[in-house]
Write a protein that binds this ligand. Structure first.
Ligand SMILES: CCCCCCCCCCCC(=O)SCCNC(=O)CCNC(=O)[C@H](O)C(C)(C)COP(=O)(O)OP(=O)(O)OC[C@H]1O[C@@H](n2cnc3c(N)ncnc32)[C@H](O)[C@@H]1OP(=O)(O)O
Ligand SMILES: Cc1cc2nc3c(=O)[nH]c(=O)nc-3n(C[C@H](O)[C@H](O)[C@H](O)COP(=O)(O)OP(=O)(O)OC[C@H]3O[C@@H](n4cnc5c(N)ncnc54)[C@H](O)[C@@H]3O)c2cc1C
Length: 650
């Protein structure tokens, strides 16, 4: 029932696929939400295969940044002709420019800007972070001073540290951007607001008067994105270029406050809510690459004389890789929840914003961190070839790990999530009931139902016993942090300083709370699956996820005796049992992520498993190998060795 088998595939991979005990098509449709999306994915891939102009002229790993950016822009300009969604030089256009217009533009502005943005008549980005400030938005320095005489804003970067710094596609691609600047009107500073600012001529693409813009240089990864810098010197824009759906400014300069103080932060909440799926996909890509490769890589005999085995036979290899598959599924289910909540907010339910901010902050931090860790684990589990750019894993890691920083640095986001927990703890301590139902936090109002955990020795462990254990830990850590805050304040320490002195405890509580949320979403998410063989695979993945997480937080569980050592032993056995049950289907489970060879961009993870011959082809295509002897060899090493030989004759 594995539809990924094709003639000419590596027989070691085919034998894996022949063991498949479920429908990969059904599991793939469940992961991507429906069969129609799978069909569309295959159409796009087929179209890509048929249109050679969409292919890279050579492996991009061998290109310098200049040619990588040029190649990316070339493909994007072609993609516009072919498919709606485009690639990296438009990344920020789709993930932030358009959502900001949807989120912050009033109807008239939407009518003017949205069609042009969707039709790619301009390219935009979201320029908020400055050289001197990224987290602390209240201290952003760029100013937008209103001139009622001309009904214009004058934008300025008052200092060097006010330079916008990092926005993706700002350096060379974008020409109409969102600038987040302090709104100053009639001498009053209203703090950061969003403005629609042309920075390059629409025809010549030259930077406009008063605009200094460029690329910030090479980064840890993501070489095809021109993250840029921007300095503004008395750049004038019409009053109506301030996004006015939420806050407004009248022609005479009077300010009208938004319904909710944080509506201006909506785009960031949007990206945090939707990037969870992107992270799930990245972890799915890495586990596809590493599990396919582990199924064809033979190394070492288990029993002497019986021949080398696939490294996937080692329990340690399964323990390194299969939990990443389980987490990719867990993050997909968690991301569905935050996307649904965001849709509710975008539909006009502003009241949902605090809950959405609370859950998306913690989720973004935990998911990006575990995704990056997981990709690195997959890379390391592929030995030397995992370290080669041919594997696709180094670039995948470098791209994913940026998610720990952008859209709100992870530590800061966990502390934002902790704000919500502390407020609830305060309510509980005052015996106040929740003002409105929130399935994510309601458990905090309950005392731990059982004083003892229900994890026991069984072949069919009950997920609720683990979720209750996670709730117990999150509650304990939340109230411990809250009580410590209160004690510090009672000793006369300010609330702000108490908060800083409890930072690590607060971060731990937020992490435990987020773990509980993800586990619950995963457990609920698989209930929709009606096909029994697929349901069995999902139950094994859930079991692996839950008990792997138990082992990750065993100290917190044992801390107050809620769990005893024997139950940790049961949990280990549940992990090993899940690995054993998942092993025969491992390749088919990652096949069901349905990532094609273009998305995988990996010699190790190719669908056909023909790694070695393609590894050699890949290496031979390196520009270095156009020369048998490098042109500079005799100038340096050759001369050095010749001199040494002459020297030794003396
Ligand atoms: C497809 C993708 C692929 C992925 C592709 C993506 C490509 C890359 C995109 C990267 C783009 C970027 O990085 S764009 C730049 C991203 N930058 C950031 O995310 C900046 C992070 N910093 C912030 O968001 C803010 O400074 C905070 C939240 C840390 C602090 O804000 P603040 O205004 O000082 O608020 P603070 O005092 O902490 O809290 C006051 C009250 O406001 C609430 N509050 C704070 N923020 C929010 C919020 N957003 N929504 C609701 N409520 C909020 C708090 O809960 C609190 O409520 P109460 O407790 O009082 O009730
Ligand atoms: C690849 C990439 C793409 C990006 N794209 C964009 C973009 O398109 N648009 C845009 O506007 N920005 C973008 N950014 C910028 C990004 O949003 C910021 O880097 C991020 O918000 C963190 O801000 P910062 O870098 O100034 O770090 P800082 O805010 O200086 O934080 C540095 C460190 O200090 C600590 N810290 C800071 N504040 C606190 C606190 N309150 N409590 C505890 N610890 C704290 C944290 O450990 C943090 O890591 C991008 C960044 C990257 C790496």
């Amino acid at each position: 029932m594995n539809s990924y088998i094709k003639p000419g595939d590596n027989p070691l991979l085919t034998e894996e696929r022949k063991k498949c005990q479920f429908s990969t098509d059904i599991l793939a449709a469940f992961y991507h939400e429906n069969a129609q999306k799978i069909k569309r994915r295959h159409e796009i891939y087929q179209y890509y295969l048929e249109n050679k102009e969409l292919h890279d002229p050579e492996p991009t790993e061998f290109m310098d940044r200049y040619h990588r950016l040029e190649n990316a822009e070339r493909k994007v300009s072609l993609l516009k002709k072919h498919v709606k969604k485009a690639g990296s030089p438009l990344g920020l256009h789709y993930t932030m420019m358009i959502p900001t217009i949807l989120n912050n533009a009033d109807d008239e502005q939407k009518a003017e800007w949205l069609p042009k943005a969707q039709n790619l008549e301009f390219i935009g980005t979201y320029a908020q972070t400055e050289l001197g400030h990224g987290t602390n938005l209240r201290f952003l320095e760029t100013t937008a001073t209103y001139d009622p005489k001309t009904q214009e804003f004058i934008l300025n970067s008052p200092t060097t540290s006010a330079a916008k710094w990092w926005p993706g596609n700002l350096g060379k691609s974008s020409n109409r951007i969102i600038v987040v600047a302090r709104l100053i009107s009639n001498g009053k500073d209203y703090g950061p607001h969003s403005f629609f600012v042309p920075i390059r001529d629409p025809i010549t693409h030259k930077s406009l008067p008063g605009v200094t813009v460029g690329d910030i240089g090479p980064k840890f990864g993501i070489p095809t994105v021109d993250n840029g810098f921007l300095l503004l010197n008395n750049v004038r824009i019409p009053r109506r270029n301030m996004f006015m759906k939420n806050a407004k400014l009248n022609p005479d300069g009077t300010y009208i406050s938004p319904k909710h103080a944080k509506l201006a932060y909506g785009t960031m909440v949007y990206v945090r809510a939707v990037m969870i799926r992107t992270m799930s996909h990245m972890l799915g890509l890495a586990s596809t690459i590493s599990i396919r490769y582990s199924a064809i890589r033979k190394q070492g005999e288990i029993e002497a004389g019986k021949g080398e085995v696939k490294v996937l036979e080692y329990q340690t290899q399964q323990y390194r890789l299969l939990p990443q598959v389980a987490r990719a599924w867990a993050f997909e289910f968690a991301g569905r929840y935050t996307r649904k909540l965001y849709a509710q907010f975008l539909g006009g339910d502003v009241d949902v914003l605090p809950a959405l901010h609370g859950v998306s902050s913690g989720l973004k931090a935990v998911v990006t961190h575990q995704t990056a860790q997981g990709i690195e684990q997959c890379r390391m589990a592929c030995g030397g070839h995992g370290y080669s750019e041919a594997s696709g894993l180094p670039q995948l890691f470098a791209t994913a790990v940026a998610g720990c920083t952008y859209e709100g640095e992870n530590m800061v986001m966990l502390l934002q999530s902790a704000r919500q927990l502390v407020k609830i703890a305060s309510d509980v301590r005052k015996n106040q009931k929740p003002t409105k139902q929130n399935p994510v936090t309601d458990y905090l109002y309950k005392t731990s139902a059982a004083t003892k955990c229900k994890i026991d020795q069984t072949t069919d462990p009950d997920p609720s016993s683990v979720i209750e254990a996670f709730e117990h830990v999150a509650r304990r850590l939340t109230f411990a942090a809250f009580d410590k805050l209160e004690q510090l304040k009672q000793r006369g320490i300010s609330a702000e300083n108490a908060w800083v002195q409890c930072g690590v405890d607060l971060r731990r509580a937020a992490t435990a709370h987020t773990r509980t949320f993800i586990a619950r979403q995963f457990s609920n998410g698989i209930l929709e699956m009606r096909d029994l063989p697929v349901q069995a695979v999902l139950k094994d993945l859930l079991q692996l996820y839950l008990f792997y997480e138990v082992l990750e937080c065993d100290g917190d569980l044992l801390y107050d005796g809620y769990v005893i050592g024997q139950q940790i032993e049961y949990s280990k056995n549940n992990v090993y049992e899940a690995l054993r049950r998942l092993r025969p289907n491992a390749v088919s489970i990652v096949d069901s992520f349905d990532f094609n060879d273009r998305e995988l961009n990996s010699v190790l993870g190719r669908r056909d498993g023909n790694v070695y011959e393609n590894m050699l082809e890949w290496a031979k295509s390196s520009p270095l190998n156009k020369h048998d002897v490098m042109p500079f060899h005799h100038k340096y090493l050759g001369k050095m060795m010749e001199d040494a030989r002459q020297q030794s004759k003396l």
